[in-house]
Design a protein around this ligand. Sequence first.
Ligand SMILES: [Fe+2]
Length: 163
Amino acid sequence: MKRVGAVINAMIEYYSGDIKRINHFMKVYGFAKAIGEMENLEETTQEILEVTAAVHDIGIKVSEEKYHSSAGHYQQIEGPAVAEKMLTALGYEKELIDRVCYLIAHHHTYSNMDGLDYQILVEADFLVNLNEDKVSAEGIKKVKENIFKTKTGLSFLNNCFGE
Ligand SMILES: [Fe+2]
């Protein structure tokens, strides 16, 4: 497993000057890494999860420039190409890049979460967004019932937002 520092370095350079976006993906990365380790993911899945958490919102920059919108729909269209270029330059293999790009394109879709990498990425993004978007207690309860599945993700959710 390659260390993810070089990916984070590239993402911080890519989002230079935008502390809000940088803070967001650093928080998602931290939660995702910890949940993955606590859930005993096998090495390849853990690597895919960590890389994806760092780059999951990579499409926002191009979406804002092209469409003046950060809507999930545009991110899904624009994100994978930018990620593919960045990860290829960093020496990642096509197989890993393909899965990372799939997850970038689907991380706003909550049906058919077809793997623990997908499930944990979504949980980590929610742990951050529920706070950043100041979601109500009722909204948090719905997310808990409908989205969260892993034991660790649920524990983090309960400890962060109360049961
Ligand atoms: Fe996000």
